[in-house]
Design a protein around this ligand. Structure first.
Ligand code: ADP
Ligand code: ZN
Length: 722
């Protein structure tokens, strides 16, 4: 506790190196974790009391804390997380703290709501509407106005009338909680023996200690059912639970499942929420009224004070990496947070990351498996279609043998899915007359045609132009041709081949989150026969009638020269193939590939995922790649190419010598220009047990600072190498 006159360190939510000192004014007491408002320059800003300042010498220009918020202090564990994440990712602690204080509205006391209560006096005139209101208010309990209007089906003027007549009393009551506490015993699933064994192993982790379980189970094995029981166990123990999902804005089924299991909705946390909803959840998490949250990666920074379990569903998913602002990986940071809060972690996936698999192999994580699908469902049969011999005719994208299988599925009244992980109509547009290729003016990338919207679009910066009618270079009319397929082009072919099927195109361009959610619900209800989609459809959905999956370009991800290309391709193919036959039907998946002998395709076809992981782990070990080595990327950018290259060279020459650190580059990034800025990459590689963040911090602090429009972006543990 600090009282009037004490000098304290306050971390402000601004990208500065460390906390500033402030004096505690009269009539205020604060403690480490108290959220305060402090003057910073000419304005007030949010901050958090961090403790004693390093140097406590007061001076007469030291400013007072302006006010403190009436909310519980942030937990020690959260403050340590902020410091840890900042140190590890090389972000300023204030920048990470801003991620914690994301909902400033939450700090003000919640507004009370208007409510009505019976006075006991009968009004002289009793209309049917008035009666309904009085019947609703059976006891002395006040009802919030909105609830009363809803329950009795009257207009608010009826309430006003009853109040004037003296029969109702208007009062203010505290706002109801944003969600009700989930009931761990509402509707538990009867687990099958394999699921029960998995749960027992997870619950075997000491509930009061840090521990991680990798729930490694086939798609449709019932992983969700199992981790729900771990959530229930946590709730019973009086601790809070956090479930992270990679793409929560689109997964309505998950919220429904939670609601059925726990008898009430979970609190949600994602980008589609209004500031008011966010504020309620944030505050509820802090004051403990919210017991379970289902959220996107940023939910990791919510102010839990009693966190007992973190679940990461689809733990391998790339969406867990935040690549803007400070770059962090939610899986790694979840583990750190769990360590600080002595919590358990469940990492769930049918295709775990190589990192997590390795931790399970070495015994750092409990390796919990689910080998068979729930009930009657069987794993799909996977076939590679060799495009060199069995490919489609020129100008079409669906191989004849795949088309036959789709027909057969439709004939049986089942659903089929055509998958291509590329948005738009065609990835390249060129002029037949002069050979001109349409490129983004600001990026080193082709403009992708989106025919549905009638535009050419850059997928790196979002730049758009109307699709031209004549070549902008040579002026020739009707000479522009699309090259290669995007998902819209597949949909066009599907319309010709399967005209009678009820078709739906699912890609992020096809509508708002709400509209897409609606489409998914329709697919689940069986209102479509043929689903044509991108990555969006591969994640977590449960389409009961889906029995045939066709992947039109299984090689797509392998082309990237990135250390995780094989892993990612394996994951996405397994996930999308895993949509087939999730209920009792026998599923089949077909992979159109030019490389049927590639280890990824072989592992897919043989179903030998163990061989794939073993081989991938060996390759990573041999190359000193994660998780056996560490990587840090420095991306230097500038509007003039020479400036970026020259500065990268200067940086490189300033790199301190250290045993076991290898520096690679500078080299132009694969996407060498984005938004008019040239990008040059440096890569540092070290052994696992080396503090690479510390090394890079030391390096940058001793090197020349970027001037002019030069920028350095640091990415510790990079996931993307573009
Ligand atoms: P996963 O998360 O491993 O892909 P899910 O948890 O989605 O698998 O389970 C697949 C399907 O099987 C779901 O429809 C789920 O409701 C059902 N299911 C799995 N386990 C059970 C169980 N013990 N009782 C009832 N239904 C189950
Ligand atoms: Zn662009």
């Amino acid at each position: 506790m600090y009282g009037p006159g004490d000098i304290v360190a306050v971390m402000v939510g601004v990208a500065v190196e460390g906390p500033y000192s402030y004096r505690v004014p009269a009539n205020m007491s604060v403690t480490r974790g108290t959220v305060v408002g402090v003057p910073l320059g000419p304005r007030l800003t949010l901050g958090v009391v961090w403790g004693k300042p390093n140097d406590e010498i007061g001076h007469n220009r030291m400013r007072n804390i302006d006010f403190s918020f009436d909310v519980p202090p942030l937990s020690e564990e959260l403050l340590r997380l902020v410091e840890w994440v900042a140190r590890y990712t090389l972000a300023a602690p204030g920048q990470v703290l801003r991620g914690v204080l994301r909902s400033p509205e939450a700090l003000d006391a919640p507004k009370p709501v208007v409510a009505y209560r019976r006075t006991g006096m009968e009004p002289e005139k009793l209309t049917p509407a008035r009666l309904r209101v009085l019947d609703t208010l059976t006891d002395d309990m006040p009802w919030p106005k909105a609830a009363l209007v809803g329950a009795s089906g009257v207009s608010t003027s009826v309430l006003d009338g009853l109040e004037r007549a003296g029969a109702l009393e208007k009062l203010e009551i505290p706002a109801p909680p944003v969600v009700f506490p989930p009931d761990p015993d509402a509707a538990p699933s009867a687990l099958n023996p394999e699921q029960q064994a998995a749960l027992d192993r997870i619950l075997g982790l000491d509930p009061k200690r840090f521990g991680v379980a990798l729930l490694d189970g086939v798609t449709g094995g019932g992983k969700t059912e199992v981790f729900f029981e771990a959530v229930a166990d946590t709730l019973r123990a009086g601790r809070q639970a956090l479930i992270l999902l990679p793409e929560i804005a689109l997964t309505n089924t998950f919220i429904d499942r939670f609601t059925r299991r726990f008898g009430t909705k979970p609190a949600e946390w994602h980008s589609d929420m209004t500031p008011v909803q966010r504020a309620k959840v944030w505050r509820g998490v802090l004051d403990g009224t919210v017991r379970a949250v289902v959220g996107a990666r940023s939910a990791l920074f919510l102010p839990f004070r009693e966190l007992g379990l973190l679940v990461l569903d689809e733990e391998h998913d790339g969406a867990y990496k935040q690549s803007e602002g400070f770059t962090y990986h939610a899986r790694d940071m979840a583990i750190v947070r769990a360590q600080f809060s002595e919590a358990r972690v469940v990492l769930s996936s049918a295709t775990p990351s190589v990192e997590s698999r390795n931790n399970a192999n070495t015994g750092r994580y409990a390796h919990v498996r689910l080998e068979s699908r729930f009930a009657e469902a069987a794993m799909p049969d996977i076939t590679a279609l060799d495009m060199r011999t069995d490919g489609p005719e020129k100008g079409s994208w669906i191989a004849p043998s795949l088309a036959r299988e789709v027909f057969a599925a439709l004939d049986r009244g089942e659903q089929a899915l055509l998958f291509l992980n590329r948005r738009g109509y065609a990835p390249l547009t060129l002029c037949n007359a002069c050979g001109h290729q349409y490129k983004c003016p600001d990026c080193s990338a082709w403009m992708v045609e989106h025919r549905f919207r009638g535009v050419l679009m850059c997928h790196h910066c979002g730049h758009e132009t109307r699709t031209p009618k004549h070549c902008g270079e040579c002026g020739e009319v009707d000479s522009l041709v699309p090259v290669g397929p995007g998902i819209e082009r597949v949909a066009e072919e599907a319309a010709i081949r399967f005209p009678d099927a009820r078709r739906v195109l699912l890609s992020t361009d096809m509508g708002s989150h709400a509209q897409l959610r609606e489409r998914f619900a329709e697919v689940e209800r069986g209102e479509y026969d043929l689903i044509i989609g991108t990555q969006l459809v591969s994640k977590g959905h449960h389409f009961e009638k889906l029995s045939v999956v066709g992947v039109l370009d299984a090689d797509l991800g392998l082309a990237h020269g990135d250390p995780r290309a094989a892993e990612r391709t394996f994951q996405i193919l397994t996930q999308v193939a895993g949509r087939a036959g999730r209920a009792s039907r026998h599923g089949k998946a077909f992979l159109q590939t030019y490389h049927p002998d590639h280890p990824v395709m072989k592992a897919m076809v043989s179903g030998d995922r163990e061989a794939f992981y073993a081989q991938e782990i060996l390759a990573r070990k041999a190359g000193g790649m994660p998780p056996f080595g560490r990587l840090a990327a420095l991306i230097v950018s500038a509007s003039v190419h020479d400036h970026a290259i020259n500065f990268s060279r200067t940086l490189l020459s300033a790199a301190p010598m250290a045993d076991g650190v290898k520096l690679l580059g500078p080299a132009d990034a694969p996407v060498s220009m984005i938004r008019g800025r040239y990008r040059v990459r440096l890569l540092a590689q070290s052994a696992r047990d080396f503090d690479l963040s510390g090394y890079v911090r030391f390096w940058l602090s001793s090197a020349e600072k970027p001037k002019g429009d030069l920028k350095i972006q640091i990415d510790i543990d990079p996931m993307s190498f573009m």
